[in-house]
Design a protein around this ligand. Structure first.
Ligand code: GYE
Length: 362
C-alpha cells in the first residue's frame, strides 16, 4: 500500500488544484474518520490559505496500512445524492481501514477532472468517481491509468474509448427504470379504465448527458412507442434539483392545460413539480388530475405518496459504499471483479408506501 503524502503537502496541492477553477473551495478535515474533504463552498481565497495552513490535521492520517480512496462525488443536488455520500463516508472510515479524500464537484465535470488529477498527484490507492456526465473522461482516465491507479466508477456510467481505463462500474440499470415507469403507467391506466384515452405527458429530465437522464429518458421513449395514444408534450431538464423542477413545471403548466402525467427523473424534481401544480391551483396524485411518476424512491417520496401527492417512485439504490468496499477488498486480495455490476431495484406505487416506508434505509 502506498504511503499517503504528508497532509500539509496534500492540502497545498488541493489549494493549487482548485485555485482559479471558478468556484471557491474549502478543504476541511472531518476529523472523526480521517476523511479529508474538498468541497466547493463560498469560501474565499483567504479561506484557502487558512486550509493550507491547517497542518495540525496530520494526526488524522490513517497510517501507512490504510487504503487511500479519492472519491469524486457529483454534488449534493438531491436526497439520493445525500444518501450516496453518507454511504460512502460511512464505509470508507479509519475504523474500516481507509482514508477517504472526498471531493464535491458541484455538478460540474471540470471540477471532477481537477479532483482526479489531484488524487493522482497524491498517489491514492483507488480513485472512485460518481461521474456527472458520461462523456469527456478519456484524457484524465488515461492519466490515472498511466499512474497505475485503479479507477472504480459508481452510480452513473462513463463512455470511454477503452474500457480498460476503468476497473469496474457499480450502479443502476437506468433504462430498465424507464421501462418500469412505462409498465407501471400502462397498468395504472388499465386499472382505471383509461387505456384508450389520449394521455399527455411531460418529462422533467435530469442533468443532460448523465446516465440517469439518458437511461430513464430512453427507456420511457422506447417503451411508450407501444402506446400510440400517449403523447410526450415536452421534455426539459430540471437538473435533478427541486427548485429547477418546480421552475420547469411552472412553465409546462403555462404552456399546456391538458397535462395528464408528469415523469420526473428524480424525486426531488417531482417534489418541485408537485409544489408548482398546487401553486397553480391544480391537483395531483392518485385522487388528483395529474399523475406523478418519479425515480429514486427516497424516504421523502414515500411521505409524498402517503400525503396523496405522488403516484409512484421507481427505485434507484444509492447505498454504494459497501459495494465499492467489497470491490476494493477483492482487488486487494488479487481477485478479479465483475466489470459491470447492476443493483436490483423495485417499483413502489402509492398504495404500498405506508407499509414500505418504515423499512427504507434512505
Ligand atoms: O436519480 C438523482 C441524482 O445518478 C442515480 O442523481 C443518480 C441520480 C439520482 O441526483 O436523484
Amino acid at each position: 500500500m502506498k504511503k499517503v503524502l504528508g497532509l500539509v503537502v496534500i492540502l497545498s496541492m488541493m489549494t493549487v488544484m482548485f485555485a482559479g477553477c471558478g468556484e471557491n473551495d474549502a478543504v476541511a478535515d472531518t476529523g472523526s474518520n480521517a476523511a479529508t474533504e474538498t468541497s466547493d463552498t463560498e469560501s474565499s481565497d483567504a479561506a484557502q490559505e487558512d486550509t493550507t495552513e491547517a497542518n495540525d490535521t496530520e494526526s488524522s492520517d490513517a497510517g501507512s496500512d490504510s487504503i487511500v480512496v479519492g472519491f469524486s462525488q457529483v454534488g449534493a443536488e438531491s436526497d439520493w445524492r445525500t444518501a450516496n455520500t453518507e454511504s460512502m463516508k460511512g464505509t470508507f472510515t479509519e475504523a474500516n481501514g481507509y482514508e477517504l479524500i472526498f471531493s464535491d464537484a458541484q455538478q460540474k465535470q471540470e471540477n471532477q477532472i481537477k479532483a482526479v488529477r489531484n488524487f493522482i498527484q497524491q498517489e491514492v490507492d483507488y480513485i472512485v468517481i460518481a461521474p456527472v456526465t458520461e462523456t469527456g473522461w478519456d484524457t484524465v482516465l488515461n492519466e490515472a491509468y498511466e499512474a497505475g491507479i485503479p479507477v472504480i466508477i459508481v452510480d452513473r456510467m462513463i463512455d470511454v474509448s477503452d474500457d480498460n481505463l476503468f476497473e469496474c462500474w457499480v450502479g443502476s440499470n437506468f433504462k430498465q427504470e424507464g421501462y418500469d415507469a412505462v409498465s407501471w403507467l400502462a397498468g395504472y391506466l388499465e386499472e382505471n379504465g383509461r387505456t384508450d384515452e389520449e394521455i399527455n405527458i411531460v418529462t422533467l429530465q435530469g442533468t443532460i448527458g448523465s446516465s440517469a437522464q439518458i437511461g430513464r429518458t430512453e427507456g420511457v421513449e422506447e417503451k411508450m412507442a407501444a402506446y400510440p395514444n400517449w403523447t410526450m408534450l415536452e421534455r426539459q431538464s430540471g437538473e435533478f434539483t427541486q427548485s429547477k423542477g418546480q421552475e420547469v413545471m411552472e412553465s409546462f403548466l403555462k404552456s399546456y392545460d391538458d397535462i395528464d402525467v408528469v415523469i420526473a427523473e428524480n424525486d426531488n424534481m417531482a417534489f418541485g413539480a408537485i409544489d408548482a401544480i398546487k401553486a397553480a391551483g391544480r391537483t395531483c396524485g392518485p385522487d388528483g388530475e395529474i399523475t406523478i411518476i418519479s425515480f429514486d424512491a427516497v424516504q421523502a417520496a414515500f411521505a409524498s405518496m402517503i400525503d396523496g401527492d405522488m403516484n409512484v417512485s421507481v427505485e434507484c439504490n444509492p447505498l454504494h459504499g459497501p459495494r465499492v468496499d467489497e470491490i476494493i477488498q477483492k482487488l486487494e486480495a488479487g481477485s478479479s471483479v465483475d466489470k459491470l455490476q447492476y443493483v436490483e431495484e423495485g417499483v413502489f406505487p402509492a398504495e404500498t408506501a405506508a407499509e414500505i416506508m418504515p423499512t427504507r434505509a434512505y
